[in-house]
Design a protein around this ligand. Structure first.
Ligand code: ATP
Ligand code: MG
Length: 389
């Protein structure tokens, strides 16, 4: 008898044409998640079986992989014998549980019909596990028996996976990653929909510290736990922020700063072949996130700006951040660039015309210069690599 982990695909089943691509990507992502363990993956069109030395550890890791609907422990035996099936079924039902046995017999040479086998195995469980009861409508444990040509699979309903699509199946986006609570959550939700992320972080050294940068690196690494991610691009934003501070209307500082961020973001997104920019904006959270502000900032780009948290409350975002494991890092006190140059009266309803006029006062070479000086962190190596593009 073999103990296997059975993976059910979930939403992936709707992707008829790309199904093999989705399944292969999921299998690659699972290989990465299980690295260090000894395992063999067998996949078919409907599910995947994993034979692994440390089942518990493997399940813990698989719970973080997107594209998995359900994770079940499954026993496989080549012996198509009722005695063997009975024994496994008994081991799956806990004392005091309600249960039901369901059989699917694709190997018609097996002499007992599905209904009859379910009844026989059910009767054996009733006799051999104390205080159990059959419940055909809502059993706590559903024992599934599948009689196939190669042998018998027996499993019960296990744990739910994270759902979503396998990371990497739906292209790449550039996440504007700050040290705050929101953007990492926005990144997580985007990865869940199958999108691979690169990261861009704007820093203002010496107004911001290297600890602030480390915080962002650590947040990116939290996301890496949930699937393969790309590189972190660090932009030195100091000169641009100082130029805005000296030359532009103070009330429009954040509006212009964010327009500059989007401009740089778009240029980088094009270079790294990302199809969208993602950020952690949430409607009304701060002055720069009113609908008018978003419209005025969006004016600089034709790229899709994905805002997964647009309709989330801060408390909902915080609760997700705790689940993801990013919250404790995000609340560390190091400031990133935005909190330093905050004006006393940021506009809530900026005028597009005025923003454009004020922005004209900046030297347009600053953006090119910032991109030239960009640092690239390969999160795998943890080394800084320059000029990788
Ligand atoms: P967060 O929103 O992540 O909690 P924050 O509150 O400091 O951080 P906001 O001022 O709300 O950020 O900015 C909205 C979004 O803009 C962020 O969620 C993030 O996607 C992006 N952003 C802000 N500052 C930076 C930065 N320094 N580098 C990269 N992206 C940033
Ligand atoms: Mg925010």
């Amino acid at each position: 008898m073999k103990k296997l982990i059975m993976i059910k695909y979930g939403e992936l089943t709707t992707k008829k044409d790309n199904r093999s691509f989705f399944i292969n990507t999921l299998s690659n992502n699972i290989e990465t998640a299980l690295s260090g363990l000894n395992f063999v993956i067998k996949k078919d069109y409907y599910r995947m079986f994993i034979e692994v030395d440390d089942t518990e550890e493997a399940i813990k890791r698989l719970k973080n992989v997107f594209g998995i609907h359900e994770i079940d422990i499954c026993y496989f035996t080549e012996e198509k014998e009722v005695i063997a099936i009975n024994e496994i079924a008994v081991s799956l039902v806990n004392e005091g549980d309600t249960f039901k046995v369901e059989t699917n017999r694709s190997d018609k040479s097996f002499p007992i019909r599905s209904m009859d086998l379910s009844k026989q195995v059910g009767a054996f469980v009733l006799k051999n596990v104390s205080n159990v009861k059959v419940d055909v409508k809502k059993p706590a444990t559903l024992v599934n028996i599948e009689i196939r040509n190669e042998g018998v699979y027996i499993y019960k309903n296990g744990t739910l996976g994270k759902g979503g699509y396998p990371t990497g199946t739906l292209g790449k986006a550039l996440l504007m990653l700050s040290g705050g609570i929101d953007s990492v959550v926005a990144g997580y939700l985007t990865m869940k929909r199958g999108v691979k992320l690169d990261f861009i972080y704007f820093e203002s050294i010496p107004h911001t510290s290297l600890e602030a940068r480390d915080k962002v690196i650590n947040l990116a690494k939290v996301l890496k736990k949930y699937g393969n991610t790309g590189k972190l691009y660090v932009i030195n934003f100091t000169k641009i922020q100082e130029a805005i501070y000296t030359n532009c209307d103070k009330d429009y500082m954040i509006t212009i700063m964010r327009r500059q961020m989007y401009k740089i973001g778009e240029k980088l997104a094009k270079r790294v072949k990302a199809n969208a920019i993602v950020n952690g904006e949430s409607i009304g959270q701060v002055a720069s996130q009113t609908l008018t502000s978003m419209k005025v900032v969006n004016d600089v780009t034709s790229y899709p700006i994905i805002r997964p948290l647009a309709a989330f409350d801060k408390l909902e975002i915080m609760s997700l951040a705790r689940k993801i494991g990013s919250y404790e890092i995000s609340i560390l006190p190091y400031e990133d660039c935005c909190t330093i140059f905050v004006p006393t009266h940021p506009v809530i309803n900026p005028s597009l015309e005025h923003a454009r006029v004020e922005e004209e006062k900046l030297d347009s070479n600053l953006i090119e210069k910032a991109l030239e000086d960009m640092l690239v962190f390969d999160l795998k190596e943890e080394n800084i690599e320059k000029d990788l593009l």
